[in-house]
Design a binder for this molecule. Structure first.
Ligand SMILES: [Zn+2]
Length: 373
């Protein structure tokens, strides 16, 4: 899978570092593993066919090998994107697959090749594996069975990713093919409709067969299709506006020396959910409502804000296009707007998801007034 982020300026990267670990940097691209993936491995090790001795250990190794192939799939997207001058911020491996976060919006033809590259990697691995299996069939090598299973899994992965539904690569391929004829918003809408239709059909079959995994997958695909569609639409609606126009200018800040109790009191006083945390006059991090709640549970009210806040927060510049910021908000609570002339100081503003909704309402009412209604 891929994800496109449309922001051009270099900035402190939001890497969701609280929930994922860096395992390798390949071709300059950080490859991370989400903590839920480790949970999956622990789950398999603990419960996976535990009656057969050594079977769980084998499954764990197999899953790790499979996810190495998933990482190669994502690298396929990332390196193809690089050929078009698009930078991949990171690759994150989740239990349901990987996501390569690619910055910028590719042309339809570029998107087609970027999306195709991932499944093609799995197809090549699968084909080479099968070839190896048939060539070495007589050798009775104990790894041969693994080679066969891994090859089959890669071919399934390739086929699965070509299903024309977001967030699968097939959804992007479909959009790229339609986008040659209509604009991106319409193309995304059509691709999302197809994705939702497929999700409903698969969902009905899954429920009928009482297949829990397939049911979850169908729900996930349905939601992802909606999310992608909303994002592209929102981006189109706010295009032409800058970050400065929409940002929250008045907000309360916290200090690194504040306790979580202080932070809770400030949060309860108003409607602000995300707080810039300052050391003296300079920005040190951001504390979200979610982090505050988790911090209160883990460390209690006397812990310091400094120990709980994110230091790796996403930023934007006031003059940047607002549409470039929309994707950054998908994976975070708030984006800090930093004046490039004064990067260390109190942020010039903040943008949150709720703020985008408010801004859309404002734009809508302005248009209505303009049209005399
Ligand atoms: Zn992919």
């Amino acid at each position: 899978m891929t994800q496109n982020n449309n922001h051009g300026t270099p900035e402190p990267r939001h890497t969701d570092s609280g929930a994922s670990f860096l395992i390798a940097t390949i071709a300059g691209i950080p490859v991370r593993v989400h903590f839920t993936f480790l949970l999956l491995l622990i789950f398999i090790a603990a419960y996976g066919q535990g009656d057969v001795k050594g079977q769980s250990a084998y499954t764990v190794v197999f899953v790790i090998l499979l996810f190495a192939c998933v990482a190669l799939h994502e690298l396929g997207h990332a390196l193809t994107a690089r050929r078009y001058g698009l930078v991949t911020r990171s690759i994150v491996l989740y239990p349901i697959g990987g996501i390569a976060s690619i910055e910028g919006v590719p042309e339809p033809r570029q998107e087609l090749w970027i999306a195709l590259a991932g499944p093609m990697v799995n197809f090549v691995i699968g084909a080479l594996g099968l070839l190896t299996y048939y060539l070495m069939q007589d050798s009775k090598s104990p790894v041969l069975h693994t080679v066969l299973e891994l090859s089959q899994a890669n071919l399934i992965l390739a086929a699965f990713n070509l299903i024309p539904a977001f967030p699968m690569d097939g959804g992007r391929i479909l959009r790229a093919l339609i986008a040659g004829k209509v604009d991106r918003v319409r193309a995304t809408d059509l691709a999302a409709q197809v994705g939702k239709f497929i999700a409903v059909v698969v969902g009905v079959v899954a429920i009928y067969k009482l297949d829990l995994f397939l049911t979850i997958l169908a729900v996930f695909v349905y939601m992802a299709a909606d999310a992608e569609n909303n994002m592209v639409r929102t981006r189109a609606l706010v295009s032409g506006h800058t970050v400065k126009e929409a940002m929250i200018r008045q907000f309360i800040t916290l200090s690194v020396g504040d306790t979580l109790r202080d932070a809770s009191e400030k949060m309860l006083q108003g409607t602000q959910h995300d707080f810039p945390v300052m050391i003296g006059d300079s920005l040190a991090g951001v504390l979200s409502q979610r982090q505050l709640s988790l911090g209160l549970i883990e460390s209690g009210p006397d812990a310091y804000v400094a120990g709980v806040m994110t230091r790796d927060y996403p930023t934007a510049e006031p003059e940047e296009a607002l549409s470039d910021l929309i994707q950054r908000l998908e994976s975070t609570d708030a984006v800090m707007v930093i004046d490039p002339k004064d990067p260390g100081a109190i942020p010039a503003g903040m943008i949150t998801q709720e703020r985008i909704v408010e801004f859309l309402v404002l734009l809508n009412s302005r248009n209505a007034a303009h049209n005399g209604g």
